[in-house]
Ligand binder design. Structure first.
Ligand code: UD1
Length: 332
């Protein structure tokens, strides 16, 4: 299959491109490099032994996106491109709505013009919002998100649902990720955000590398076993494999379907810090700070739907996640 991967040089996108190419598919990356680097494309090539096609394009540019469809016979699209920093979305909501919604609408219009009917969308557990009890199940209402970033995911899920109603032969698979961490075993790909990381694992990795002085754990007074927040961390390579399963599903289905991609288990910030220290024989300086606004105490996935329908389940351990995250951070 020829698969267009928007945001394909980003963290999850690049790992997914590797899995696609390893499985014998052709990947066509569209990325504007606003939060990734072009060297990722050659790193993918050294892992896979061949280069993916790469277009430096912003997905809101319909004309340039259409050229990609003219030059490649695209069978399916995996749509990652989008802004993703929760805090930043609160201070610049218009940029988030403009970019994330516009890029999806443009993509759908271009797909329609070129008769492409299979889409896998990079959604998030954030769509479940604060009101739902965990573990989150796909049949819970996904309408209660807390940040503009989260609302863009909710809105795009809505857009795709309405689009599928109007086009009964279109298939959109909504993948709701929990907390992906870790890196490719080659050490060549990983989570490498521009500036100071917002997310836990890239922050830990930079502290371990001595680039940041210490980790601040945001609160230890939550009603959880050790007082720190619990999340469902999953290995990014497992997550990437989930996209292949979703593509396979899309080939012989129509309509919209959402799947959680998580391990089904919650672990705390403190447990992750300890696991990182043990897996890498590193001592990690940390302090306990105040809670971060908007953080939920605990959530994790009910991952049974992906297992039953897609035949996907997370296989890699927390130790694998911590080792690979450090292997990437210490070599880049
Ligand atoms: C957030 C988003 C999620 C998004 C993900 C990756 C929400 C509710 N969640 O997840 O949609 O996919 O980012 O972009 O919008 N922590 C610290 N110190 C730090 C950093 C984090 O203690 O320096 C803690 C946080 O308080 C949290 C946990 O680590 O309990 C995980 O945080 P993070 O990696 O930012 O992910 P989420 O906020 O869970």
């Amino acid at each position: 299959m020829n698969v267009l991967v928007t945001g394909g040089s980003g963290y999850i996108g690049s790992h997914t491109v590797v899995e696609l190419m390893t499985a014998g598919h052709e990947a066509i990356i569209v990325d504007d490099l606003s939060n990734s680097k072009e060297c990722v494309v050659s790193r993918i090539a050294s892992i896979c032994g061949r280069k993916p096609s790469f277009y430096r394009i912003n997905c809101t540019d319909a004309g340039k996106l259409a050229r990609v469809f003219v030059e490649n016979d695209i069978d399916a699209v995996i749509h990652f491109a989008g802004y993703k920093a929760v805090g930043e979305s609160v201070t610049t909501p218009l940029a988030y709505y403009r970019n994330n919604i516009d890029s999806t609408l443009t993509l759908l219009e271009v797909m329609e013009a070129y008769g492409c009917k299979k889409l896998v969308f990079s959604s998030s557990a954030t769509v479940y919002g604060p009101e739902n009890p965990h573990p989150y199940r796909e049949d819970m209402p996904a309408i209660q998100s807390a940040s503009p970033y989260g609302w863009t995911k909710v809105m795009i899920e809505r857009i795709l649902t309405d689009y599928c109603t109007s086009k009964p032969d279109f298939c959109a698979v909504l993948l709701r990720y929990f907390n992906p961490i870790g890196s490719h075993t080659s050490g060549l790909l990983g989570d490498d955000p521009n500036g100071i990381p917002n997310n836990l694992m890239p922050y830990i990795a930079r502290v371990a590398a001595g680039q940041l002085e210490k980790l601040t754990i945001f609160g230890n007074d939550y009603r959880t076993p050790d007082g720190t927040c619990q999340r469902d961390y999953l290995h990014v390579v497992d997550l990437a494999v989930g996209h292949l399963k979703a593509l396979e599903y899309a080939q012989d289905h129509e309509g919209v379907e959402a799947f959680n991609l998580g391990t089904g288990k919650g672990i705390s910030v403190l447990e992750l810090v300890k696991a990182f220290e043990t897996a890498n024989s590193i001592s990690l300086p940390y302090v306990i700070g105040p809670r971060r606004a908007g953080d939920l105490p605990a959530f994790w996935a009910d991952a049974s739907k992906a297992k039953n329908i897609l035949g996907w389940e997370a296989k890699l351990s927390v130790e694998d996640m911590c080792r690979s995250a450090w292997s990437f951070a210490s070599s880049s």
